[in-house]
Design a binder for this molecule. Sequence first.
Ligand SMILES: N[C@@H](CCC(=O)N[C@@H](CS)C(=O)NCC(=O)O)C(=O)O
Length: 214
Amino acid sequence: MQLYFSPLACSMATRIAVYEAGGQIGFVEVDPKTKRTLGDDQDFRQIHPLGLVPVIRTDRGELLTENAAVLQYVARQFPDAEIAPAPGDGIEHARLQQWLCFIGTELHKALFAPLLDPKAPEVVKAYVLDKGTSRLEFLSNHLANREYLLDRFSVADAYLFTVLHWTVAVRLDLKAWPVLAAYFGRLRERPSVARALQEERQLYGAELARHKPA
Ligand SMILES: N[C@@H](CCC(=O)N[C@@H](CS)C(=O)NCC(=O)O)C(=O)O
């Protein structure tokens, strides 16, 4: 199994999940500016026409996109690690999907994607910030008396950490939500998260250096 990723992008959630599970996976870095893979210099748009990470290439060669699907697929490859509730009749598996959808739609795409986009007009950024406040409040209320989104660490936490990490790059200070700041601080100490973050920060530094104007 291989993960196509870009440093510090939403694909970092899958790296965290794999480290958390103690699993083995190949990593293929995609330069977000050139849309080419590092190393073998492939055109990433031949792999995903939208040029979006993450993409998983399974051991049978199938390609899988969309973070929520990718994270659940990866979790199923390492069942002993229990980083996702098993599909079944209970509510827990549905809850996992609830949180993956919430993070993917309400936070990742509706709030952070415009904030991170240098081309997004200021008026758009102000609009999404205003709207996003209620989402962060909702999340903060949920996490007020719990350590993780579900009853134990799951791939949803890996995704949420990855998204909250983007606050370092945008006009949004987690200090306004002490519960979220504490959650973020706790997760950053988790060995799988700390390792993924340290590795991807290094790769991100290299990416910036590659594109530094001469
Ligand atoms: N709906 C997709 C969105 C993935 C996505 O937005 N990926 C970003 C990185 S966080 C990306 O590859 N952006 C590159 C681009 O927009 O060209 C998913 O959930 O996987």
